[in-house]
Design a protein. Structure first.
Ligand SMILES: *Cc1c(COP(=O)(O)O)cnc(C)c1O
Length: 430
């Protein structure tokens, strides 16, 4: 049996940094990444046989927990029928119909294989549909690693302290404006000076790549107005928040608070694949019909709408649609988020928490941050000690203070209680 450290040392020989996605390397928190051998329900086991309560859930997709029987059945059946055909299938229609029935802003949707691909394609579509080049994004929002979006992006990059990635020519990002999240004045100023050139504004409505920060209602409302006035498209990146914070995704929450609110385009991933490589982007028919083969905006993918991935996603969506699913998940998540805050208060440690649906965040600070700079100014040293204390006690939290956490339907009240007991123990030593 190999230890985590032996596997990490071996991995570093054949894989850059030993990982296939940077945050997994534990660079932000230090220490040795856990090499996972299997997972079931709310738990994961590492190579040394240690069990963890999993609050990453593959960074969001595992909303049902690991190895849900209905999902396993669907995937097994799909595998028997064939892995990939490169031709259309009925299951793609079923998944598209399922997503559209839950998201009224979308009349059509196209399936792809990763959130990065979906976000990149949505921007190409927005540019093609408007005939404009400029895009606006917000600091701390992550929309995948497409060149034009690697401008002070959140996750991963933040750890390494680079405002942009090497290998991205300045010309490629010259049309990307990066503004402060929740800053109404900045977006007004951007539209005042360049409104006629802006193709789209892209946002994580509930940002999960700078821990957990909500976009304020006045901010979203103002962006909607500015986009309408200037003919720009409003793109909701719901790769993380989609079908995770509510059955209708984050946009359904804003629609309750802003009458008639809809984004123009939406980007999904994570939960809609249930742990398989699957993502999507959608919007009104008149915009979506700009895509090839109907329109001039090219977009394609060998494995897009893969029959096994769509089976997995479809089975997952059918479970989360069941009555009471989100009520139960929200209550469980709130038990954790509120419990953490109460435990910290009892220990005299400043900590604030936030949650929505099955997604949560917490900050070693006395007030909830409203933007990236404030998030990054929270107590990193304390977070890292807390993270390792929890890991040592069998609780696997996201290994960086700028990442959100996830609770699944498989987490029981006892799992949360055990987590809070561990937290009390660790907080007493901070
Ligand atoms: C995870 C994520 C992406 C990128 O998705 P990948 O599947 O990792 O390419 C894009 N946007 C948001 C909001 C995300 O959380």
């Amino acid at each position: 049996m190999s230890t985590n450290q032996q596997l990490f040392d071996r991995a570093k020989i054949s894989i850059p940094g030993g990982v296939n996605s940077p945050v997994r390397a534990f660079r932000a928190v230090g220490g040795t990444p856990r090499f996972i051998t299997r997972a079931q329900g709310a738990y994961m086991w590492d190579a040394e046989g240690t069990r963890y309560i999993d609050y990453i859930g593959s960074w969001g997709p595992m909303i049902l927990g690991h190895g849900h029987p209905a999902v396993l059945d669907a995937v097994r059946k799909a595998i028997e029928e064939g892995f990939s055909f490169g031709a259309p299938t009925e299951r793609e229609i079923e998944l598209a119909e399922e997503i559209l029935s839950l998201v009224p802003s979308c009349e059509q949707i196209r399936l792809v294989s990763s959130g990065t691909e979906a976000g990149m394609s949505a921007i190409r579509l927005a540019r093609g549909a408007t005939g404009r080049s400029k895009i606006i994004k917000f600091e701390g929002c992550y929309h995948g690693h497409a060149d034009a979006l690697l401008v002070k992006a959140g996750s991963g990059l933040a750890t390494f302290g680079h405002p942009t990635s090497a290998g991205v020519p300045a010309e490629v990002v010259q049309h990307t404006l990066v503004l402060e999240y929740n800053n109404v004045e900045q977006i007004e100023e951007a539209f005042r000076t360049q409104g006629s050139e802006i193709a789209c504004v892209m946002i994580e409505p509930i940002a999960g790549n700078m821990n957990f920060v909500r976009s304020s209602v006045p901010f979203v409302k103002r962006i909607r107005e500015l986009c309408d006035q200037h003919g720009a498209l409003f793109v909701f990146d719901e790769v993380m928040s989609g079908f995770r914070v509510a059955l209708g995704s984050a946009q359904s929450l804003y629609a309750e608070l802003i009458p008639g609110f809809r984004p123009d385009l939406s980007v999904f991933g994570k939960v809609i694949g249930g742990g398989m490589p699957l993502a999507a982007f959608g919007g009104p028919r008149r915009i979506m019909e700009q895509l090839a083969p109907l329109g001039p905006v090219y977009q394609a993918g060998t494995l897009s709408g893969n029959p096994v991935a769509t089976a997995c996603g479809l089975a997952t969506l059918r479970e989360i649609k069941k009555p009471g699913f989100f009520e139960a998940l929200s209550a469980r998540t709130a038990q954790l988020a509120h419990g953490l805050q109460a435990a910290a208060q009892a220990a005299g440690v400043p900590l604030v928490s936030e949650c929505q649906g099955g997604m949560f965040g917490f900050f070693f600070a006395s007030e909830l941050p409203q933007n990236y700079n404030v998030v990054m100014a929270t107590d990193k040293e304390r977070f890292n000690r807390f993270f390792h204390g929890m890991l040592d006690r069998g609780v696997y939290l996201a290994p960086a203070l700028y990442e959100a956490g996830f609770v699944s339907a498989a987490h029981t009240a006892e799992d949360i209680d055990a987590t809070l007991a561990a937290a009390r123990d660790v907080l007493a030593q901070l």
